[in-house]
Design a protein around this ligand. Structure first.
Ligand SMILES: NC(=O)c1ccc[n+]([C@@H]2O[C@H](COP(=O)([O-])OP(=O)(O)OC[C@H]3O[C@@H](n4cnc5c(N)ncnc54)[C@H](OP(=O)(O)O)[C@@H]3O)[C@@H](O)[C@H]2O)c1
Length: 277
């Protein structure tokens, strides 16, 4: 990726890992966030708050723009400020349009709850304020006039994201009834998918407006937790619901058809690597 300029707005966990990979491949990478002192060498920090248009003066020109910001809390106001106002302010502040815009979305916009399979064509009618903000953010990107792609991640797990393991270590697992499917993607695959789609674009392939990014194996959450317990040698002593939202199964067929190969295609391969750490 010779001398291409990439701006990653909301440069946190996923953004930073993506930025480092692209920088290693020769891109000039800018990482925008409010606190830039944690950004590693190789990523040029831009200290700005996307909720505050005045702080977005003097953005650099870029070939590619990634919007990977995440709300710090589940409050509707914070969601709106981050995903809707933040993206709108950012796009308005760009000195010129990039060749392509990538936005990381979420499978939280699906309302389905009867274990249905969902894909990019499925209806989206979010039942929560946070889901509605995420959908509005997608629409904003897709109608921005800049060629855009939304990547809807399911539940991200990986180093530092050990919520499930911690519950299991307390002897807690989800009950088998009511059945609840969970959909996951390892953090390294989130980065891999974004890089893969960028490469496709650079190689002249047309991208779809939306990709659902989730591993191959939606699995009932109690099975995942029982498997982790087995690996850790923990006895389950309590059953508690651990999931919000509806039970659905996310299809990654479109992403796979685009040529992406998962590093961790199922929860066993991903958690095994994590537990070995
Ligand atoms: N967690 C999940 O399971 C999940 C599931 C589906 C989708 N996603 C999506 O995946 C994407 C990547 O998530 P991640 O794990 O990399 O998140 P992360 O580590 O929390 O990074 C998000 C970054 O956004 C920055 N940010 C937030 N508000 C900002 C603002 N107003 N102005 C500028 N920067 C701002 C934060 O930095 P500062 O605080 O320094 O500004 C932070 O570094 C997000 O879009 C998230 O919504 C996550």
């Amino acid at each position: 990726m010779q001398e291409q300029r990439v701006l990653i707005a909301g440069c946190g966990d996923i953004g930073t890992r993506l930025g480092l990979k692209l920088a290693a491949e020769g891109a000039q990478v800018f990482g925008l966030r409010r606190t830039i002192n944690q950004l590693p060498d190789g990523i040029h920090g831009i200290a700005a708050d996307m909720a505050d248009p005045a702080s977005l003066a003097n953005l650099p020109e870029c070939d590619y723009l990634f919007f990977t910001a995440a709300a710090k809390s589940r409050e509707p106001g914070v969601y709106r400020q981050t995903y809707v106002d933040g993206l709108r302010n950012l796009l308005a502040a760009l000195p010129s349009p990039p060749r392509h815009l990538f936005v990381t979305g979420s499978t939280g916009i699906y309302h389905q709850h009867e274990h249905d399979w969902v894909d990019e064509q499925s209806a989206t009618d979010p039942t929560t304020d946070s889901g509605r903000c995420l959908l509005e953010s997608e629409q904003l990107a897709l109608h921005s006039g800049i060629p855009a792609t939304i990547v809807r991640f399911s539940g991200i797990y990986g180093p530092g994201r050990d919520h499930l393991q911690r519950r299991v270590l307390e002897g807690i697992a989800a009950p088998a009834e009511p059945l609840h499917y969970s959909n996951r993607i390892h953090r390294d695959d989130c980065v891999g998918v974004l890089r893969h789609l960028l490469r496709l674009h650079q190689d002249g392939h047309a991208l779809k407006p939306v990709y659902l990014a989730s591993d191959d194996a939606p699995t009932p959450i109690h099975e995942v937790m029982e498997w982790i317990a087995e690996q850790l040698g923990v006895t389950i002593t309590r059953r508690e619901q651990v999931r919000r939202g509806g039970s659905k199964r996310c299809s990654n067929r479109r992403l796979r058809a685009s040529g992406y190969r998962f590093q961790y295609p199922d929860y066993q391969s991903g958690y095994r690597a994590l537990l070995q750490r």
